[in-house]
Design a protein around this ligand. Sequence first.
Ligand SMILES: *Cc1c(COP(=O)(O)O)cnc(C)c1O
Length: 232
Amino acid sequence: MNARIDAAVAACGRTSRPTLIVVSKYFPVEDVRLLASLGVKDFGENRDQEASAKAAAAADASLRWHFIGQLQSNKARSVVSYASSVHSVDRVSLVGALQKAKAAEIERQREKALSQRERPETLDCFVQVNLSGDESGGRGGADPANVLELAERIDAAANLRLAGVMAVAPLGGSARDAFGQLAGISAEVVARYPGATAVSAGMSGDLEEAVEAGATHLRVGSDVLGARPGVG
Ligand SMILES: *Cc1c(COP(=O)(O)O)cnc(C)c1O
């Protein structure tokens, strides 16, 4: 996987290398531990129940957990207890729920006097953009027209940090076109919020296109871990 990323970076003449997030959904925590022993620090999960169990089971490994799936507001409390970032912020109500949950989590940790070095005061948030061009959401995310409003809400929240944007390329469409569109949206966000430079894009099937379009975070599952047990 690292060779594949290096080749993609070299092919388009980039000087910066994106962060690899290994998507460990459906795989047991033993696989997470094995990858951690090989130096992987960033893991992605898309369901709270599974993610919280794995994060607890690997709590000693000081890993960064990225929440990448559709998130119900009532799960925000749990997600902020282990995740360092949420890549799937797609609506204003979720921004409110995450801010409230993160503030409560910080308070809870103060009472327990946990180390602030291990537990930052802000949660990194990515605005997930729907690139499928239909209202129904396709593979999730906010309508491109609503991205700046969501960015503004995240930026205004005391315990959230606007990291940037995220997208999943639409099924059947051109990943290059989709990630090109995402790069344009990212540029609009960065023009207003200069620190929000992160672009989370690229999975096993379209990593090269994402690297070429400037992705800073890749979310790769099956090409590292193999086919997911029990799913396609
Ligand atoms: C599962 C998943 C991935 C990883 O997909 P692979 O094709 O296995 O690399 C990336 N992003 C999201 C949002 C996912 O749900």
